[in-house]
Ligand binder design. Structure first.
Ligand SMILES: *Cc1c(COP(=O)(O)O)cnc(C)c1O
Length: 640
């Protein structure tokens, strides 16, 4: 009987899966193994292959690479490009749409050479193209794209050089579209194309009146900074008509903003755009392409809701809804069905990158450290606080809480005036924490929790120090309070006994994560395991492939992390296809215009002076310089 009870109560990997929601946000790519480790899953015709992240970490360690590491799994990028294209094809077939789908990947979402190389390689079989928002990105697009059948869509502000490069690409056979974002661009396009004798492929960016909820809602709507108003569109039409160039106008584009959580907003925007498209055709423009921009969201918290970090639709619902609306409007007006373009960035790359780091230390209040009596000659305020603790019962927790707060404040005040010593204040702080812990522990026994005491348990959270920088690796977690799924990647057969927030190794008070994914709300603490003396504890931040890498900055001069790229093979093995060493201290110093060489020289001169002054020996000098040089060539993160 006892045994059975124990079995029933044992923590299972199913419990861990629930606690961390991995099946909700994992999109089928992430799961738990029977060993209690996070596995990444790649699909193959013969069935899925699962690889444990701990096995990958052990490969990383064997290669002498230090944490933190940004891990890229190329199969997941392949998987997402494949899912997107397959889903559109399926919806097109089911709903009898007469056009095709041809996506483009917006380079700005992850410009890293290796990522764009993979996007173009995996995208080739679908003629998946690239979207460029600047000259630099156009240069990437023209060089990296594998087939001229794939589209290159140029958005953003374009100068003469940009336009000339795009026109030459058209001459070479690229399908390179200029999307007009502001009226000023058209005259330059017309002039340069006449000079060069090349007929441009022109698109128009629409300023929709439809708006979407979410962080980027200002990208769409009447107030968006990009796109043409209806009057400006009419001007473009008239200009092109007058120059006998209506055949060059082939594309209509909008971008509602990124991470659109609500499918209703997506439908509304498609509907409005399709109406514009139909009238452009009626006006005599050649058309042929409708570009629905980005916005396809990622369900970061797994809640499947219209919360900003989630989405209330599946990929299949997205593609079906898009096609449904287009069919309805185009069939009604007898408009030939155009090629559909989307510029999905976030949804394409988010899954393929994981930030892995180790935990360096834990900061927590250890209960039971209060002596059994007050030190002699304690000031009255301390006696009062002591009295609060002695007299606490279930009935007066609220009162005790108020009193404890009051006395702690008074004690701190008296400390400032020099009436209370450091040791007395330390005793008081400890006593206060003890009281709060007792109150928090008693709350679960109360029928009704007094409103003031709700959230009290926040003071009880541990602080886990992670070997990473929020500013470098998860800038959106700081800048827009983006929620990323975060969890231990091993020990998941053990019940997590602590509740914690995470701090990074910058000494910035914003360098922390204290909002976590939850199905119903945002969680304020993450369940974690106690550290073991002889074992690293590894955490992973998931779905970080979109936007984070180049938005990250050098706060505290913590640089780029090491990057490891892994390919999972059909036979169950995996290869390290690429390792990119992160920044050394030498590198980050030069980014902020120091000359590392001259820093070494300056320090050497100082050491020499110290020898002359008799402060250190020549041997000391050698050791000191060796340590300095080892540091300057080392990793910017915590090394063991
Ligand atoms: C940023 C951007 C995108 C990408 O949006 P996602 O939501 O990441 O898919 C697409 N098109 C344009 C014009 C953009 O500015």
């Amino acid at each position: 009987m006892a045994k059975k009870q124990e079995l029933l109560e044992r923590w299972s990997i199913g419990d861990s899966a629930n606690v961390y929601g991995i099946k909700d946000w994992g999109a089928g790519y992430f799961d738990l193994s029977n060993r209690g480790e996070v596995v990444v899953r790649a699909d193959f015709p013969a069935g899925p292959v699962e690889i444990s992240l701990m096995d990958i970490i052990s490969g990383i360690n064997d290669r002498g690479m230090a944490m933190p590491v940004l891990l890229r799994i190329e199969n997941l990028l392949d998987g997402q490009i494949s899912r997107l294209n397959t889903s559109f094809r399926k919806a097109i077939k089911t709903l009898d749409y007469q056009g095709t789908y041809q996506g483009v990947f917006p380079i700005k979402v992850n410009q890293q050479a290796q990522v764009i190389e993979e996007v173009t390689r995996f995208g080739a079989r679908f003629n998946h193209g690239l979207e460029a928002g600047s000259k630099a990105e156009l240069i990437i697009a023209l060089s990296m794209i594998q087939s001229t059948q794939s589209l290159v869509v140029c958005n953003g502000y374009k100068d003469e050089e940009f336009i000339e490069l795009g026109l030459q690409a058209v001459k070479m056979g690229y399908k390179c579209f200029f999307v007009i974002e502001t009226p000023a661009e058209l005259p330059i396009i017309l002039r340069r194309s006449k000079d060069l004798g090349i007929r441009p492929l022109i698109g128009i960016r629409l300023k929709l009146s439809s708006r979407a909820g979410g962080h980027w809602q200002d990208s769409g709507g009447d107030n968006s900074i990009f796109g043409l108003t209806t009057n400006q569109m009419v001007d473009v039409l008239d200009t092109l008509k007058a120059q006998d160039m209506l055949d060059c106008l082939q594309l209509l584009h909008y971008h509602l903003g990124s991470q659109i959580p609500n499918i209703r907003d997506i439908r509304a925007a498609v509907r409005e755009t399709a109406r514009f498209y139909a009238d452009l055709v009626t006006e005599g423009a050649k058309m042929g392409y409708i570009d629905l921009g980005g916005g396809l969201a990622v369900d970061y918290d797994g809640s499947q809701t219209n919360f900003i970090h989630s989405k209330n639709y599946s990929l299949d619902e997205y593609t079906t809804d898009v096609i449904e609306v287009l069919v309805e409007i185009f069939n009604d007006k007898n408009i030939p069905h155009p090629t559909i373009i989307t510029e999905s960035g976030r949804a394409t790359v988010a899954y393929s990158s994981i930030l892995l780091f180790n935990v360096l230390d834990v900061n927590r209040y250890e209960p039971g450290t209060i002596p059994s009596a007050l030190p002699e000659n304690s000031p009255e305020l301390l006696e009062n606080l002591w009295y609060v603790k002695q007299n606490m019962t279930l009935k007066n927790v609220q009162e005790c809480y108020n009193d404890a707060i009051y006395y702690r404040e008074e004690i701190r005040e008296q400390f400032k005036h020099g009436n209370i010593s450091l040791r007395q204040r330390a005793f008081a702080d400890n006593l206060f924490m003890d009281i709060i812990h007792r109150i928090a522990a008693s709350l679960e026994k109360l029928k009704r929790i007094p409103p003031e005491l709700e959230g009290l348990d926040e003071v009880l959270y541990d602080i886990y120090y992670g070997n990473f920088s929020v500013f470098q690796s998860l800038p959106d977690a700081w800048a827009i309070e983006q929620i990323f799924p975060l969890m231990p990647i091993h020990r998941l057969r053990e019940q997590p006994s602590r509740r914690a927030i995470l701090a990074d190794i910058t000494c910035d008070s914003d360098g922390k994560i204290d909002r976590f994914a939850d199905l119903h709300d945002v969680r304020k603490a993450l369940p974690l395991h106690d550290l073991k003396a002889e074992e690293e504890y590894y955490l992973g931040v998931f779905l970080v492939g979109a936007y984070q890498e180049t938005l990250g900055d050098l706060h505290n001069l913590l640089g780029d992390t090491n990057v490891v790229s892994v390919r999972i093979n059909e036979n169950g093995s995996f290869d390290f296809v690429r390792e990119i060493e992160g920044d050394a201290i030498w590198d980050v110093l030069s980014y902020v215009e120091y000359e590392p060489k001259s820093l070494v020289e300056r320090f050497r001169a100082k050491a020499e002076q110290a020898v002359r002054d008799g402060k250190i020996t020549v041997t000391d000098r050698r050791n000191i310089l060796a340590a300095f040089e080892a540091s300057i060539r080392g990793y910017t993160y915590y090394e063991k």
